[in-house]
Write a protein of this length. Structure first.
Length: 279
């Protein structure tokens, strides 16, 4: 087995999230803007030559068949016919059920890193298509740029975003995405916007109303953060964020946090830290 190598798995924020319709198969049609940030998990990978794939520190209560980094490694192995395997370790900083893409980013990092380490030679578009089999948020991390997304979140166009810092708060709940999207009260008919209209047009997170009703603590965190800036929930929750022009402004919010609340400060990225490992 080779020595472990470490690979970052950054979080994302949804700068808005509109539900514009629903496909016949039940999947929701979305528009959103993904912003990558410099706070995330770290995946450690050691290549082995016997084809076995092992997770050395699996998350409690997550069986192997549901473990996204195991599934990502097995999917790449199956798709490419690679005879190599790996040992995986995960340093988990991002909350589960937080809406910041933790599991999806971990899976994308495994796809990108193993494609490099196993020398399987897949191009970015191929890895994005593979990632979609693991979850709707995986392709944007493989895409590796801030993106305007449509479809179920897989139709991606690069967007230019200004340098910004974010105060991100972590309500003490894990929100299952399916519970939000299946709620009968969810708005599903927001009029689509054109990419050129963002970010000057009025936007929101359509999932926020349902999430606040189901998890009132999210509303509490949004209300508190709203004292300092325009607060919004990311993804299907639970995390909420506000944007600032400087690190000092974002840090002041964190410094004012009550002892009962948790959060972090992050800088917006222009591209994924592993962007240059592909293509």
């Amino acid at each position: 087995m080779t020595p472990y190598q470490s690979f970052p798995a950054p979080a994302k924020l949804n700068l808005f999230l509109h539900v514009t319709g629903r496909r016949p198969d039940g999947y929701h049609l979305l528009q959103t803007a993904f912003r990558l940030i410099d706070h995330g998990d770290t995946v450690h990978i050691a290549v082995r030559d016997d084809g076995r794939i092992e997770h050395d520190n699996p998350l409690p209560g997550v069986p192997a068949e549901s473990d996204l980094i195991i599934r990502a490694a097995r999917l790449l192995q199956s798709h490419t016919g690679s005879k190599l395997g790996c040992n995986l370790r995960l340093d988990k900083r991002l909350p589960m059920g937080g809406g910041v893409g933790g599991g999806s980013s971990d899976a994308a990092t495994v796809l990108i890193a193993l494609n490099h380490l196993w020398r399987t030679g897949l191009k970015r578009a191929e890895l994005q298509a593979l990632g979609l089999q693991l979850g709707a948020d995986v392709p944007v991390f493989v895409f590796g740029r801030n993106a305007f997304a449509e479809g179920v979140g897989e139709l991606l166009q690069e967007i230019s975003l200004p340098p910004q810092w974010y105060s991100v708060l972590i309500p003490p709940v894990s929100v299952p995405t399916a519970a939000i999207f299946s709620d009968p009260g969810l708005t599903r008919d927001t009029k689509p916007i054109i990419m050129a209209a963002f970010p000057s047009c009025q936007v929101r997170n359509d999932l926020e109303t349902v999430a606040k009703r189901k998890y009132p603590v999210i509303a509490e965190y949004l209300s508190w953060l709203g004292q300092y800036g325009e607060a919004m929930m990311t993804g299907s929750g639970a995390c909420v964020f506000a944007a600032f022009n400087t690190q000092a402004e974002a840090q002041r919010v964190l410094d004012a946090l009550p002892a009962t609340m948790q959060g972090f400060v992050a800088q917006g990225l222009m591209q994924h830290p592993l962007f240059d490992l592909l293509d």
